[in-house]
Design a protein around this ligand. Structure first.
Ligand code: GDP
Ligand code: MG
Length: 162
């Protein structure tokens, strides 16, 4: 079976947009309102000669348990299934309490993680992206899933740990 790279993060940070960018086609559903992605969807993907399965995640809002808890629960299932994790944070918002919760879960899992600082649409966003070093997950890769900026470096880092 191919290794699984799971794309996780809070609703609306741009996971599905990033998945489509990586696939080079629009298969994952992108919405302005959060919560349109089903819990987990797997797509065959390839980068730099490495074949893998890319897992989009979402669908958290339907849970009645409250956003933070369900984000962590969904992340837990995805991380368990994954060989490596792409953790997406909205650099315009910065790390939230719910992000911190997922970071603890990622640490416990011992799975390799690459940190995507999304929505860095131009050079002015680099500073916000750099502030995500504070999460303690290593280098934040500044990307714009919308425009494609930085996604090559992010993918290089991801397949290196896959
Ligand atoms: P998900 O809930 O994490 O899967 O997020 P989506 O991919 O559905 O995107 C949520 C919203 O963020 C949509 O309106 C996207 O167009 C927008 N978005 C995603 N990536 C970027 C980005 O790099 N820059 C900007 N400015 N908006 C983005
Ligand atoms: Mg989505």
């Amino acid at each position: 079976a191919l290794p699984i790279l799971a794309v996780i993060g809070r609703p609306n940070v741009g996971k599905s947009t990033l998945v489509n960018r990586i696939l080079g086609k629009r298969l994952a559903v992108v919405e302005d309102k959060p919560g349109v992605t089903r819990d987990r969807v797997l797509y065959p993907a390839e980068w730099s000669g490495t074949d893998f399965m890319l897992m989009d995640t979402g669908g958290w809002e339907a849970k009645v348990t409250g956003l933070d808890l369900s984000v962590a629960q969904q992340a837990e299932v995805a991380v368990e299934m994954a060989d490596a994790v792409m953790f997406v944070v909205d650099s315009k918002v910065g790390p939230t309490a719910s992000d911190e919760k997922v970071v603890r879960l990622l640490r416990r899992s011992g799975k390799p993680v690459v940190l995507a600082a999304n929505k860095v649409d131009g050079p002015q966003g680099e500073l916000e992206a750099a502030s995500l070093w504070s999460l303690g997950l290593g280098e934040p890769y500044p990307v714009s899933a919308l425009h494609g900026r930085g996604t090559g470096d992010l993918l290089d880092a991801a397949i290196a740990v896959l």
